[in-house]
Design a binder for this molecule. Structure first.
Ligand code: UDP
Length: 466
């Protein structure tokens, strides 16, 4: 065995994330990729992830799993006051995570964290462990936040909402296209604080790994690296199934008996005929919004697969409009989304534009109807419709609700547009190219792994040095 192989065998990395589906999915996928490059990988998240599971899994595809407390009882309703929750997590998280790290006999060669646990950088610095961040949104958003939180550019204010924001490597953005957290209307204090902490603490982070790929966001990635950021695009982080390969175990925070129903139902539909609708893992639509979408779907007369998420302990209401369209489609509370998107029956995706949903859709070659709500989603929608041309953006009505007629307009435009289909298939091919052995993202992962392994060889990895 050569010495680099031996070093890799001793190289343990720790991944840390909040237990939200949109954060666990990309970091687990990164973990699997690092395992395939020969590293030992432990993924730590809060024990809230176990809330809906009957037992704690030990590992997923050779990624070892560990859980730490966020300082609250598992049944505590964290969504009731996100500001309180995020404050508690940043108070107790560092204590419990440090204890977890100390409980290991070996020293971690690197800690990689997702953005909403920025205090991990402090833990890593205290323990003298190199630190990387997995940026789980587009590189475009990183560039916007970097300029906003470091006060490098003007942004819209209450008295100047018409300001157009022009940043290096990016098209001009209006207030409508910017992430909700940089606008004066933002009411989420904790997210603003956390992002502020992320961008003022970046000097503690040695590498930023982006869930994107060079061919998708080249200008902004080049611009970031030119400005001194070590920003390595390593995505799209998607499961192997979406790339047409065997696999694949994920870590779903929501249990559902409906997963096989989705695929069985899709198997009975015509190629590229189905409208898939999902607003991700966190958003709940109002009854009015659900009713409008249902009315639009009914008018399209097209088959649909719709994930309707409801607040905890709430049942799907027995609404007349569901009764009217139930023969036309399938409504579920959770879907095996990446399998759905790779199914040949799916023709388009009406999406809230969460970044994971978007990269999954691009990698599967499915056109998008962008219906953004908050955080990075408005910017992602702009990229979809105006920059990449892989879909359309809905025009919301006066109350901020999409009308039934608008659903019909968007579905018909996306399903019929040859230009959109051509663009999305080109990006699908480019995504696969980036991920193949020797492709741009694969090379970047290898560069990162080599640097971590070589920094690890400077100390005795078996000895706990904290
Ligand atoms: N997802 C899923 N089944 C569903 C809805 C969502 O598996 O019914 C997955 C989806 O594939 C994605 C993640 O949950 O990986 C949601 O992340 P995203 O960034 O799209 O949105 P968020 O939930 O963070 O708003």
């Amino acid at each position: 065995m050569d010495s680099s192989c031996q070093q890799k065998q001793h190289t343990h990395v720790l991944l840390v994330t909040v237990s939200a589906q949109g954060h666990i999915n990309p970091i687990l996928r990164l973990g699997k990729s690092l395992v395939s490059k020969g590293l030992h990988v432990t993924l730590a998240t809060t024990d809230y992830a176990l809330k809906n599971l009957s037992s704690a899994p030990n590992s997923i595809d050779d990624v070892h799993l560990e859980f730490f407390s966020d300082g609250l009882p598992i049944d505590y309703n964290r969504k009731a006051d996100m500001d309180y929750y995020m404050d508690t997590l940043s108070k107790f998280g560092p204590v419990y995570l440090s204890a977890l790290i100390r409980s290991h006999a070996y020293k971690f060669a690197c800690i990689i964290h997702t953005p909403f646990v920025p205090w991990v950088s402090d833990v890593a610095a205290e323990m003298n462990i190199p630190n990387a961040m997995l940026w789980i949104q587009p590189c475009t958003i990183y560039q916007i936040y970097h300029h906003y939180y470091n006060h490098l550019n003007d942004f819209p204010t209450e008295s100047n909402m018409n300001l157009s924001v022009k940043l290096p490597g990016l098209p001009a953005f209006t207030a409508d296209d910017l992430p909700s957290f940089v606008l004066p209307s933002n009411t989420f204090r904790s997210f603003d604080n956390i992002l502020n902490q992320v961008f003022t603490n970046m000097h503690k982070v040695k590498w930023v790994l982006g869930n994107s790929f060079m061919e998708l966001e080249k200008d902004v990635i080049v611009s970031l690296n030119r400005d001194g950021h070590v920003f390595l695009p390593i995505g799209p982080m998607v499961p192997a199934t979406i790339l047409g390969k065997e696999e694949d175990e994920g870590f779903d925070l929501f249990t559902s008996n409906e997963k096989s129903d989705c695929i069985e139902w899709l198997n009975k539909q015509k190629p590229s005929s189905v409208v898939y609708i999902s607003f991700g893992s966190l958003l709940f639509l109002s009854e009015k919004e659900i009713e409008s979408i249902a009315a639009g779907l009914k008018s399209t007369k097209r088959p649909f697969l719709w994930v309707v998420r409801l607040p905890e302990n709430q049942e799907l209401p027995e609404l007349g409009f569901f009764e009217e369209i139930k023969e036309q489609g399938l409504i579920v509370s959770w879907s095996p989304q990446t399998e759905v998107l790779s199914h040949p029956s799916v023709g388009c995706f009406l999406s809230h534009c969460g970044w994971n949903s978007l990269v999954e859709s691009l990698a599967a070659g499915v056109p998008v109807i962008a219906c953004p709500q908050w955080t990075d989603q408005p910017t992602n929608a702009k990229l979809v419709a105006d920059v990449w041309g892989v879909g359309v953006k809905v025009k919301k009505g006066s109350e901020g609700i999409i009308s039934g007629e608008e659903v019909v307009r968007c579905v018909e435009e996306v399903m019929r547009s040859e230009e959109i289909r051509k663009n999305v298939l080109e990006l699908k091919a480019a995504a696969r190219e980036a991920l193949r052995d020797g492709g741009s993202s694969d090379n970047n992962i290898q560069i990162f792994v080599n640097e971590v392994v070589s920094s690890c060889s400077h100390h005795n990895p078996n000895k706990n040095k904290y």
